[in-house]
Write a protein of this length. Structure first.
Length: 369
């Protein structure tokens, strides 16, 4: 999500276009995630729709956005060598500034009308800054600082991990994150769960798993593996995983007597790695085997460079453009609500690009985001 290549050193002249494309795509997906039942989980609001299976499948692909951002960070950062002082002075300090400044912007935007004195606002802001994220997508920033704190350790780890260990880690994820929740619910109908502390992936959290997977796919997995045949196989597995997780989501709603947001989220992560790795691998393969025109290259690099800023403003831009969604799109395109949500997020996305582009004209913010 961040422009990691600009921290601590000058940007390389040669950009990885699949990374820039994924950045631009995934920030749009992140924004679409926050449409809730207006688009992302529309199947909750439209259970009788002919498009229900499509609506039900959407979240399992849209949810790949944040894991892909983690994978991008792992791909770009885990193979580097830096002293601890560099990590703290450049990377961590930069993100601390980002969290403070943009949380303050969001606080002023959304909470300025609270009936508080100035000291009360200051106390409220710092309490929220410490205890929670002031914008929906900002939890990523807190996770990212944790990743940076552990970066020297993970860099040592990837140097000694062989292919079998990566495959073993993938197997653990698919079993404990994918299969166990499905099997458990089929047996117990939600009345009993596996002891949380039995899960060996506690030692490797979900973000760390994707940081490591990003490094592996980008820097260890040989390009010779990325063939059309293997990608088709991986895509079929991803579709199968989506079908299983989607079916379990529907079944959970039946068992519970009705679908809610909380119920819908239970199986989102089950086979998410299959979808995520399919998208990442396909993009890496496509850009390695297809020539991109210079104009398209410039567009991709521009959009990639704007993505971090678009994420930082995404709650504000969605808020600003929501009136277009409610007063124009839903009014004149009310028969196709999913498309309404897509158009809404495209408008908010473009507004975020404009704001970020203008802000980056200021040298300090150009270095920061």
């Amino acid at each position: 999500m961040e422009s990691t290549e600009k921290v601590g050193e000058k940007r390389p002249k040669t950009k990885k276009l699949h990374i820039e494309f994924l950045r631009a795509l995934c920030i749009w997906l992140v924004m679409f995630t926050h449409t809730s039942t207006a688009g992302f989980s529309l199947y909750i609001a439209r259970p009788a729709s002919l498009f229900y299976p499509l609506y039900l499948a959407v979240p399992f692909w849209v949810k790949t956005a944040v894991p892909i951002f983690f994978m991008i960070s792992g791909a770009l950062l885990l193979g580097r060598e830096e002293p601890l002082s560099q990590i703290w002075k450049k990377r961590i300090w930069r993100f601390l500034q980002v969290i403070f400044i943009f949380s303050l912007i969001n606080y002023v935007w959304f909470y300025h009308n609270l009936p508080l004195t100035i000291p009360g606002h200051i106390a409220k802001f710092f309490t929220m800054l410490y205890t929670s994220d002031l914008a929906t997508a900002y939890y990523f920033l807190y996770i990212y600082i944790s990743f940076l704190l552990m970066l020297p350790i993970w860099r040592k780890l990837v140097k000694v991990m062989g292919e079998n260990l990566y495959l073993y880690l993938i197997g653990l994820n698919l079993f404990f994150v994918g299969c166990i929740p499905v099997i458990s619910f089929l047996i117990f109908k939600g009345t009993a769960e596996m002891n949380y502390f039995l899960n060996p992936l506690l030692a490797v959290s979900e973000p760390t798993f994707y940081f490591l997977m990003g490094y592996w796919i980008e820097n260890v997995l040989p390009m010779s593996w990325l063939t059309k045949k293997n990608l088709v196989k991986l895509g079929c597995l991803a579709i199968l995983g989506t079908a299983i997780a989607g079916g379990m989501t529907w079944y959970h709603g039946v068992v519970a007597g009705g679908m809610t947001e909380a119920i819908s989220e239970r199986f989102y992560d089950c086979f998410l790695f299959l979808n995520t790795s399919f998208i990442f691998c396909t993009c890496r393969w496509w850009f390695a085997h297809h020539r991109v025109s210079e104009s398209a290259r410039k567009v991709l690099i521009f959009l990639g460079s704007m993505s971090f800023g678009v994420m930082l403003f995404e709650e504000i831009t969605r808020n600003l453009t929501h009136i277009i969604y409610t007063h124009v799109l839903l009014k004149y395109l009310y028969r196709i609500p999913f498309i309404d949500a897509v158009i809404w997020i495209c408008i908010a996305y473009c507004l975020g690009i404009i704001i970020t582009w203008l802000l980056k004209k200021i040298p300090y913010f150009n270095r920061l985001i």
